[in-house]
Structures are given as C-alpha cells and as structure tokens.
Design a protein around this ligand. Structure first.
Ligand SMILES: NC(=O)c1ccc[n+]([C@@H]2O[C@H](COP(=O)([O-])OP(=O)(O)OC[C@H]3O[C@@H](n4cnc5c(N)ncnc54)[C@H](OP(=O)(O)O)[C@@H]3O)[C@@H](O)[C@H]2O)c1
Length: 338
C-alpha cells in the first residue's frame, strides 16, 4: 500500500512484519485509509475468514512470496462505500459485496481494489456465508463438475473430508447424485460426515487404503480423487485409484511431497494440480457470472455453505490464527471487522 493516496485518517490493518509463524509475525497496526483510484472501489470490511492459504503464505510456503509490510486477507464481505472514477465502481457503490481481493488487504477496516473484483450478493445470504463466498465453493464446483466431470453414480475419493471444503464435496455429492468415499484423520468425524450425506468414511491409518477402496467401489475401480494433503496420505490416495483414474491435488496440508512412481502415469493414470487463481484467469467473464449465480443458489440450498467457527477481532489476530489451525477445530475462523 506504499505510494497509495490516503485521506489522512487511519484504520486498523493486519500486516506481515516478517515471514514466519503467523501468531508471531502478523501484527495489527494503524495505517492510513487508502483512497480508491480510477476503476477502483473502497470497501468497508465487515468480516473475512482465515484460510489455510493465508497461513501458508505467511510462512513463505505458498505459490507467491509476500513482501514484508503486506496486508493480508483475500476474501471477505463488506460494503462499497466509495468509488474512484469509472462506471463499474459507481454501479457498485452502496452494495454489499463479496470481496475477492487478489492483492490481499481484507484483514483491514477498509480495502481498496479493482471494481471488477467485488461481487454484489443477494440480500438473504448472511454475512458469515458471504465472507467465504468464493474460494472454497468455486474450487469445489470447478474441480468436480468442470475439470473431473464427475457424473451421477460415480465414486470420488475426498481426502481431508472434514475440512470446510471437504464437507461441501459431501453435500454436493448428495445433491448431484455422485458417491463420496471420504478419508479423515480422526474417527470422531464419522457421525458428522455421515449425517451430511457421506456414503463411506475411512479413517487414515486403519489398514490399507487401496484394499478398502477396492472393497467399497468394486468392479471398475476408483475413477476420481481429490487431495489437499499430499505426503504419505496423498500418495496412498493416488495408489488407490484405478489404472485410468484421475486425481487432482489442490493443497499441501501435510507439508510433505507425494512419492509417486512414473509407471502408472505412463500407463494412463492422471495426476494434476488445481489452483483456483490460475483456473479463473482462463475463463471468460460470462462463465464466471454464471458461477457466482450457481454459488449463491447452492449456499442458499445449504450445499456450499461454510460451517461457522469462532470469531475474533483484528486486534486478536494472534489468537485467531492459532484457532484456525487447531486440530479438530469446529468451523471456519472469522475475523469480524465491523
Ligand atoms: N488449490 C486451490 O485453489 C484451493 C482452493 C481452496 C482451498 N484449497 C485447499 O483446500 C484445503 C482445505 O481448505 P479449507 O478452507 O476447507 O480448510 P479448513 O476448513 O481450515 O480445514 C482444514 C482441514 O484439514 C485437515 N488437516 C490439516 N492438516 C492435515 C493433515 N496433515 N492431514 C490430514 N488432514 C489435515 C484438518 O483436519 P482435522 O479436522 O482433523 O483437524 C481440517 O479438517 C486446504 O489445503 C486449502 O489450501 C485449495
């Protein structure tokens, strides 16, 4: 935000004081309120979630290395309170919007960003759902419906199924008619995931995953898998796929690499990475508008809704980031801003 014009007033904002452990290096400071330039809007932030990618970025383990002094927070909900010159910004003024801030800065009282990065949302969606409107819901729909093309009756293996995103996959399966074979690392999650509509739930480390998968899926084998863990867990998932199976790896929660022999790849198994940021850049605007509409509909239906978790203020950022990574935490941690 250096060299950005300001109005002389100050706001609270969470910034990165160094690359390192989030609870130590994320600081809530006062900084000038930025003014929107041409084609930009200023959003008064209401709330913003803490996602795993925010914490990976803070530790310097994400796709891009952040600069010290950077303000964090990539999605959230707020109200457009000022527009710079330009028609789109004027149209957005006064609207409650999902804030898709590719440059970061939503963990602040005000965020300035391009007007085409805010999405007006239906009035009946609660703030806590709009706060997580985009990253997980869009990833679920793009991976399952567009990239893999999972159809009614197909099985998909869903690793780390107890995550916010994993639960969305389970509920989408129930709605769209595909079957979910879910893998978790704690037995206590089984009743909850079954209640959401999980067809099968396996606990990591309870015997051979390949054998369990073969027994459950039966003839033809497993065609689809999605994995945000990598390491031994993701490697086991890859090995449990059929010869022509297709796996998307979309996270690195274990921090460990996959260990994969090239032979199955040569023979036709597919392993592919998925990153929403890159995927969205390749799509035309009309497709994204349809996606936003579908996300609103499926949040309203209770399919792509985010389980709410503990709430913290910007000043409590150190406690908030610890809560966001607590094993067995309940729901998505939210920073409530105004
Ligand atoms: N590639 C993309 O474009 C994209 C987009 C969106 C999300 N993602 C990824 O999707 C994943 C889930 O995101 P989220 O927001 O749904 O997360 P979340 O709600 O914060 O949940 C994290 C989950 O991961 C589990 N977990 C953490 N470390 C693990 C490990 N080493 N082994 C197995 N499970 C582990 C936790 O299990 P417990 O419940 O047992 O603690 C928890 O259920 C993240 O990796 C995120 O980066 C990627």
């Amino acid at each position: 935000m250096n060299n950005v014009p300001t109005n002389g007033d100050v706001m609270k904002s969470v910034v990165l004081s160094a690359i390192g452990e989030p609870s130590e290096v994320l600081k809530c400071i006062d900084r000038p309120i930025p003014e929107p330039g041409r084609g930009q809007v200023r959003v008064k932030m209401i709330a913003s979630p803490i996602n795993p990618s925010d914490l990976m970025l803070t530790r310097g383990r994400y796709m891009v290395k952040p600069e010290v002094g950077t303000s964090l927070g990539y999605e959230g909900v707020g109200i457009v309170e000022k527009a710079g010159p330009g028609l789109l910004g004027k149209y957005m003024a006064g609207k409650r919007v999902a804030v898709l801030n590719a440059a970061g800065g939503n963990w602040s009282e005000y965020a300035v960003l391009p007007a085409n990065r805010v999405v007006p949302v239906p009035k009946d969606l609660p703030d806590e759902q709009v706060a997580s409107f985009f990253v997980n819901p869009a990833t679920v729909l793009c991976m399952v419906r567009e990239v893999l093309g999972v159809r009614r009756g197909d099985w998909i293996l869903n690793n780390a199924a107890g995550s916010s995103l994993g639960k969305m996959i389970i509920k989408l399966g129930k709605r769209d008619g595909f079957k979910t074979l879910n893998v978790v690392r704690r037995e206590s999650l089984i009743p909850e995931l079954k209640a959401l509509g999980a067809d099968e739930v396996l606990v990591e480390g309870n015997g051979s995953l390949s054998e369990s998968v073969a027994r459950i899926v039966g003839q033809g084998g497993l065609k689809y898998a999605i994995d945000p863990v990598a390491g031994q867990s993701g490697t086991d998932v890859f090995e449990s796929l059929s010869h022509e199976g297709h796996m998307l790896v979309y996270g690195t929660l274990s921090g460990q690499p996959l260990t994969i022999s090239p032979r199955p790849l040569i023979a036709g198994k597919r392993l592919e990475g998925f990153y929403l940021g890159h995927y969205m850049q390749k799509r035309p605007l009309w497709k994204n508008l349809l996606l936003f509409k579908e996300i609103s509909r499926l949040i309203r239906e209770g399919v792509l809704d985010t389980p709410p978790g503990p709430r913290f203020t910007l000043d409590q950022i150190a406690q908030a980031v610890v809560a966001a990574e607590q094993p067995g935490k309940d729901g998505k941690v939210l920073l409530t801003i105004s």
